[in-house]
Write a protein that binds this ligand. Sequence first.
Ligand code: AMP
Ligand code: ZN
Length: 480
Amino acid sequence: MTTLKLHNTKTRKREVFEPIDRDNVRMYVCGPTVYDRAHLGNARPVIVFDVLYRLLRHIYRADHVTYVRNFTDVDDKINARSADSGRPIAEITQETTQWFLDDMAAVGALEPDHMPRATAYIPQMVTMIEDLIAKGHAYAAEGHVLFAVESYKDYGALSGRSVDDMIAGARVEVAPYKRNPMDFVLWKPSDADTPGWESPWGRGRPGWHIECSAMADELLWEKPLAEDRLSESAKERPHVFDIHGGGNDLMFPHHENEIAQSCCANETDSMANYWLHNEMLQVEGKKMSKSLGNFFTVRDLLDQGVPGEVIRFVMLSTHYRKPMDWTQKKREEAETTLKKWYRQIGLSTAVLDNDVHSGTTNALTEDLNTPEALTNCHALSNGGDYSQLRKSLYLLGLFDGNIPDWVKVKGFSDAETGLIRHFLNRRENARASRDFQLADKMRDGLADAGVLVKDTGAEPEFERLSNFNVNKLDELWGDV
Ligand code: AMP
Ligand code: ZN
């Protein structure tokens, strides 16, 4: 079995990945708050964890992997957007959820197995909060419920901070009802204009962190457990899942708080065994921000004609644990490379099976070394191994079995394009083996069929002339 190594934030080491249950490898990734279009930075964790999802499916088989990514559809930013625009909350969250799915599909991300919306899991959150109060880890005060950080000795272990450091370094909200300034909100009261649910503490809404703990429990533990309730060993399954992911801006406080909630409620010393964090995205060396004017959404790029595959390629060209810089130059280079690769793999009809070139899989199993995997794709391309290139691009999510429309040559059908590329390829090979008679025959045959070949770039380009005649292409096919 392939050895997969992942850098675990929890231990700060690269470790061999050992799933709890090989038949059900389980991953949770924090998803978006839905009130606006996803910006380019938001696409980074989606693409990074999509590569990991594809790799896990490759190693353990697709039906043995469960991936959960949530939608935060209750949040004060959403409430503010509704108040500003006068539009109902549900309309805003439904619209932006669909935008997110469309934009992420455009960059080649598979949909996770479960995409829970926070508002559909309020009863589970309330139950977990009651449990935390009963176990002495949380307290109700003035319509709020707070998690008592001092009740959990490992608070801060993931990011390596002590509670005192956090108080000194963080901008914590000091509130009279908090016993410790670091205590965080599990539940808060809602007024008549704010979304709210009845609870033992009055009408209110959850804090942000509790949703991930409650939904991970429900979808990665309760559900799989219910399905195999008959098996005795299931009862002994630890209340833990395999991988938890997100951007490194979420490590503190969000992930610390998730761990505190889950470990205290479930009485375990771990929520997930491996914690993975992607670094942030920058633009032309600067932090992406609205005030610097370099802020843009994934949809902005798609609307400008930047193909989703190009966005994905640029993202994969930097390792996920390094800050990644989006530049115009990288985008152009990615487009040139991908155009060449798609033309090459269009010449292959290799079945997209699990037999992927070891140069690609070895790179990915070394803590998702996507730049190295792309280097291997370059080698496959240069070496003429288009079948293996095809399979590697498929595993990387850069190819879904169809050559993207933006690479297609206008004016020709797919079959005509394939035929022309075949002749051009034969011409290249003939030239390389100094068979100039065959090379000329290809050149003249294409010209005769009304195909204008331009040899100016790295790859030959071709255009349809008004005298284009597909029958002549067929004749040429029969002739050689
Ligand atoms: P937010 O919209 O800030 O709640 O973030 C949603 C997801 O996008 C989280 O996983 C963040 O870590 C991630 N994220 C936000 N900004 C960036 C960025 N500039 N680069 C990479 N990931 C980001
Ligand atoms: Zn989360």
